[in-house]
Design a binder for this molecule. Sequence first.
Ligand SMILES: Cc1cc2nc3c(=O)[nH]c(=O)nc-3n(C[C@H](O)[C@H](O)[C@H](O)COP(=O)(O)OP(=O)(O)OC[C@H]3O[C@@H](n4cnc5c(N)ncnc54)[C@H](O)[C@@H]3O)c2cc1C
Length: 447
Amino acid sequence: MKVVILGNNVAGTFSAQNIRFLNNEVEIEIFTQENYPYYSRVHLPELIPGKTKAEDLIVFDEEWYKNKDLKLYLNKKAVNIDPKNKTILFEKDDEPVLYDKLIFALGSTPNIPPIKNAREMRDDNKGVFTLRTIDDALKIRDYIKKFALKKAIIIGGGLLGLELASQINDCNLDTTVVEFFPRLLPRQLDEECGTMLKDEIESRGIKVILNAATEEILGDGMVNSIKLKDGRKFDSDIVLIQAGIRPIIDLAKNANIKTDRGIIINEFLETSEKDIYAVGDCVQFKDQIWGIIPACIEQSKIVAASVLELKKVKYEGTTPKNTLKIVGLELTSIGIIDPIKEEGTGWEILKKSDKKDCCYQKIVLKDNKLKGAILFGDNKAISYVYKKMEQDVDKEELRKLLELYIYECSNCGAEYDESKMDVLFKNLPKDWRCPNCKNPKKGFKKK
Ligand SMILES: Cc1cc2nc3c(=O)[nH]c(=O)nc-3n(C[C@H](O)[C@H](O)[C@H](O)COP(=O)(O)OP(=O)(O)OC[C@H]3O[C@@H](n4cnc5c(N)ncnc54)[C@H](O)[C@@H]3O)c2cc1C
């Protein structure tokens, strides 16, 4: 049996590795349109200021593939699939490649919002960029150097937009992040933490403009500014768009395989076409697209079993897990972070908000089970949170871990429970008094 995998990043490579782990005999061929064996995209922004080199991002070199008896073909772009004849045609090739089982691990491309001139100026190399590959990062790095740029705008205040902004700022460019939503990381943070993050980002010299819908990118030849829908204009020598992803679906769609925003899969990672599977950023499962590495890894185990007809485990989705990678800035968001948007009762929040020390810890429980968390400025609870997701928690243990206390008024017994308040007891003003009996702050004792 021959398994062909299209795409050679996390999803494709781990699928191949898992198939090989389960079966020593199947023939496995992997094709990618890129010129590199599997590399990690995680540290791509660091290529721009030269903190890392392209070779350092390679996770598995070509030797690794040989040792696992996986045939890797670089610079091969698939252009057509014929499910009836089980063939794939590659650009510049006359002869199609045959498969018995085919896995789409095609990933995604950067989303370009409907901003006038954005796509054209990017495609024509006029100073507008997106970042997805090593080659993209090297192009950005060279452009900044070649024209000794001074000012940059990043459209998109999500995780990748902020990580990119931080690296561009480190190239000594005057850096501004423009975000459509009223706060940074709208999907990963609540309003309070979003505000704290904005302050922290700005304290590093990066400007942040919220509620900013970009209408047009301007420039006579090369880019020189952007214009917002409210009429404001901001000068810039380079515009970097980091506004989400779009799963690659064309090959599947043209082969009449069911697609929507992504390639539709069932719980065994099967597409609507027999013997064709999909995995990673390109898939849509139960209306959701993940776009994160943990989902690719989880799915790659299931697809390997499916391809080998060993279906045992069903895919049920992956808990969203995101960490912002900016040196000196700890931020992780996992699972459900805003119960207001969820259905049902039994939701509870334990929160520690310390604006003074720029620390925000929020734990979300439902019926005493850990459902999600935001950990900003302090990572002490991270391994506990990862370990206990979807499990019952001991609230006292959690309080200790987060250093959340209850203070009791020695006069009337009123309690100040830090986990339910916006301000930590230590940060209350000196002249604060018990709201119940007016006992002074010093009359409170830790319980
Ligand atoms: C800058 C950056 C930082 C990130 N940081 C994190 C992080 O910290 N944590 C995290 O969880 N996720 C992160 N991600 C997201 C993560 O990298 C993706 O979720 C992951 O790469 C998806 O893997 P994939 O294999 O599904 O797709 P991709 O990585 O997109 O790979 C798909 C492959 O298919 C190839 N391909 C596409 N079309 C064709 C074709 N027609 N023919 C042949 N080959 C084709 C592509 O060239 C590519 O090599 C980051 C992404 C970026 C861009």
